[in-house]
Design a protein around this ligand. Structure first.
Ligand code: ASP
Ligand code: MG
Length: 410
């Protein structure tokens, strides 16, 4: 008998009628003879509502108390879903994270799962019950409630699937899969039949918000096949798994982009050892994450140094540079917080030359200026003026034939 973990996101359980539809979907899956463990999020908007309540009282509430508060959202939906299942005559039992012993570390509001005790779940499954578990939460060894960070129900589902050695983890959400790019930017974007963990990680960290990044890391680490699919329309969704040797990989799987970028340049610094660390040391010291870094070839003993940060950190980073400006003997400091990053992602890149050239040619044809470039084994990213974002995504989508369906590879 197969075992599946289903996860239903906030919009899928946002109203009683939707909870009834979820119950229907679960019953259908059970009729195929599968064992089911179901993870749910809080009703859509609920976690935000709770966060706002807390902030009405305190600007920085105690993280422990915040977790006690936030974990209630999911406790509501597990109970309601079980009632909907009971009403349809389906045996089901709900559990909070603590009750099924999802043990986490003590990092309140961003805890990590360290262990899951599956005895209770297995017991219920063997009695023919559907087990419904609250997402997003766990408990510390000494009994304090924790939460796993926003979007953490995905991670609960994957962790349970890994612990139970489930056949697949199905993430039901409000989109019907992972797309070649954001359909709001390129209406010709297509749903992918499958994508690898590595590619999905790149897509997710670049702003494609279908899954919590941590859940994808977890799924890759424990090799849990993940499927993203819609709880509103039927369809196969997108399977996220390891690359299959036998299947020829497409060159490019998708185009990801990030609007929240800013860049800083420090010009005319002495070209000698230690400069990079003296620029980036204070930036790291202020807990600012640096993404791309470019240093030019030196000329006349000086060089220019450019890096990108999240737009929210731009002002802070600029202040830091100004404060080290004289010490570094820099000529000038410049910044721009109207830039974006656009990336091609695809494991097929590994075995093919010329992808970057083709990318730059497509951008050149549209007279889009590239400000920075960075590459990894499965990704090429460019920094552009934000006004070119839509144009760049669309011209690349076309240049790499992403609108055309690939041969089915499932
Ligand atoms: N309810 C939590 C949130 O909104 C967890 C989740 O939905 O995955 O972040
Ligand atoms: Mg979510």
């Amino acid at each position: 008998m197969a075992l599946f973990v289903h996860k239903y996101g906030g919009t899928s359980v946002g109203k009683i009628q939707r909870i009834k539809n979820v119950a229907e979907n679960i019953i259908k899956a059970r009729q195929r003879g599968d064992d089911l463990v179901v993870v749910v999020s809080a009703m859509s908007g609920e976690t935000n509502r709770l966060v706002a309540l807390a902030h009405e009282l305190q600007e920085q509430p105690d993280p422990r108390e915040l977790d006690v508060l936030l974990s209630t959202g999911e406790q509501v939906t597990i109970a309601l879903l079980c009632m909907a299942l009971h009403q349809r005559g389906c045996p089901a039992c709900s559990y909070t994270g603590g009750q099924v012993k999802i043990i986490t570390d003590r990092a309140h509001t961003k805890a990590r799962i360290v262990n899951i005790d599956t005895d209770r779940i297995r017991g219920d499954l063997s009695e023919g019950k559907v087990v419904v578990v609250a997402g997003f939460q766990g408990i510390t060894e000494d009994g304090h409630i924790t939460t796993l960070g926003r979007g953490g129900s995905d991670t609960t589902a994957v962790a349970l699937a890994a612990a139970l050695k489930a056949d697949e983890c199905l993430i039901y959400t409000d989109v019907d899969g992972v797309y070649t790019t954001d359909p709001r930017v390129e209406p010709k974007a297509r749903r992918l039949d499958r994508i690898t963990f590595e590619e999905m990680l790149e897509m997710a960290s670049l702003g494609s918000k279908v899954l919590q990044i941590r859940s994808v890391e977890f799924a890759g680490k424990y090799n849990v096949p993940l499927r993203v699919l819609s709880s509103f329309v039927e369809g196969p969704g997108t399977l996220i798994s390891y690359e299959e040797e036998s299947v020829e990989q497409p060159l490019i799987s998708g185009i990801a982009f990030n609007r929240d970028e800013a860049k800083l340049t420090i010009m005319g610094v002495p070209d000698r050892p230690g400069i990079a660390s003296r620029i980036l040391g204070p930036i790291a010291g202020a807990n600012i994450e640096v993404d791309m870094i470019v240093q030019n070839v030196g000329e006349d003993g000086t060089t220019d140094f450019t890096f990108t940060v999240h737009r929210n950190e731009y002002k802070k980073a600029l202040e830091i540079l100004r404060s080290v400006h004289t010490e570094l003997q820099a000529r000038e400091i410049a910044g721009d917080d109207t830039i974006v990053k656009v990336s091609l992602v695809g494991v097929g890149m590994r075995s093919h030359a010329g992808i970057a050239a083709k990318m730059f040619e497509a951008l050149a044809k549209e007279a889009i200026n590239i400000q920075m470039i960075s590459t990894s084994e499965i990704k090429i990213s460019v920094v552009l003026d934000e006004k070119y974002l839509e144009l760049a995504v669309r011209c690349l989508h076309k240049a790499f034939d992403l609108e055309k369906p690939r041969d089915a590879v499932t």
